[in-house]
Design a protein. Sequence first.
Length: 625
Amino acid sequence: MVKSKFFNKRRFVEVIALAMGLFHLYTAQFGLFSATIQRSIHLLFVCLLVYLTVPFFKGEPEGKKKVWNEVLNFIFILGSLASLIYLTVEYKNLYLRGGEATLVDLTLGAILIIIVLDITRRTIGWPLPIITIIAIAYSFFGHLIPGSWGHRRIDFEQFISFQYLTTEGLFSIPLGVSASFIFIFVLFAAFLLISGVGQFFINIANGIAGAWRGGPAKVAIIASSLFGTISGSAVANVSSVGTFTVPLMRKLGYTPVMAGAVESVASTGGQIMPPIMGAAAFIVAEMVGVTYLKVCIAAAIPAIMYYFSLFYIAHLEAVKVGMQGLPKEELPSVKKEILSRGHLIIPAVLLVALLVYGYSPMKAGFWSILSLVAVSYIKKETRMNWGKIIESFTRGATGVLSVATCCACAGIVIGVVTQTGLGLKFSNLVISAAQGKLLLTLIYTMIAALILGMGLTTSAAYILTAIIAAPALVDLGVKPLTAHLFVFYYACLSTITPPVALASYAAAGIAEAPPFRVGYRAMWLAIVAYIVPYFFVYNPALLFQGPLWFIAFSFFTAVIGCMAIGSAVEGFLFTNITWPERGLLFIAGMSLIAPGITESILGFGLFFANAIVRYFIAKKRTNRG
């Protein structure tokens, strides 16, 4: 955090974070203000916190840079206050004017767009601002492009009015979701972490799985899935859980590359694991127009398959190289851990119960936060005193900055796509390039999501891909929720997909392993995750859609399919297997996950035939030994 001679900046940040938290808690319980006011105040808090915590220049500024940093921050803060307070005060007059912009509107709108580009650059780097600048340039100069890619002329007044004075541009759905749902859940996660729930998850996972073969890898998978449901960030998950699990994996015999890959894949899965998932899941619900609970239910089976396949592969690796678990005397007692801090899980259970009973995510988050503070007083060592509460508000407010800035910046792109008609043009292009074939369209969409995910947060990658590619899938008959979840999954997987794989690189740093090798190994471990979205497009039962018996049947066959693919990936099934056998097992796995009873019977036959042969070979070798 940048220091200042004039006032205690840390305390000022804490005051703003507290005000931001109380504002969102109030609106969560008593109702949102109008969209313009709610989103403007939310964005104002975000701007103030960014300018107080993130310097204009990269790194800690010194000398003249420090002076310029303070001057620029002061100017940008004034611009933020003027442009956003103006909207909250004048919004009624704006509606009465019917959207007719004045010189003041245009000036403040242009200033705010520059500010949004700047705060996004500061928090997540240049990729998204560059994409946004290109979109703005297209808006102004696209009329010069001949053919179908051109559009009608859009002048400065039309552009600023659309972006600044409506909820179709900068203040569109992504920022609205950030201002309503995302902040409350990020704040809840911060309260959970400060209260000690993160360490509780690690200790419980260690107590349960630490003594198993390859225990630390399984601890990483269990802990990361639990921790990921409250953090929603793959990189944060790696940084928190990986510092404990990666050294233990290496100690037991996993290579640095394998240890880093397991942790990065396990941490990435937290974004797709209900009940909290990642921030982008809230945006999925809002863009599709369904409840958040419906998104959680649809995501459940693919998330279970993701973690089951990773757990199975980690087990095979441990068996293959003869690893053992950690000594039981070195492991924490699950019973003691539950007795000492188990009560801290009550708010998470309450959150799920409230969502199931139909409460809005905001109200569920509000009461879960209050209940956490209340139950923390059950034990002296877990009590949330004033210092911990302030720290939770500060962590929650600063933790939402990267997501909120992405949502605001992506809103500008959404405005351009809407105003110019680019979305429809792009959908037509994709369908035309794929010749109307769904499989090719899915492949193109996957590639777009993975490319946009390079250097962008999951939320930004999802939003940009969803607004230009998801409509093409819907036009080909895919249900909107299925299409958006398809995009969402690959946006999440972009964090482990080279060449820019942020979660893999974070894990590589902890494991002291080559980042690219960790990234490619992580892709290999997560092979099921790259396959499953295709199958749930063709087999909606994997998203809990259809008759209950067929959902259960599809889930069962898909789990067996994960085992077949896991054995093919590791080259091990009771004993080492040959490449032709790996190919057959991979085909078996694909057949088991695919829709249809005939395919499942074929998959069962191939898998169990290989399993029986390899079992007797292994037994024969053991008897000889």
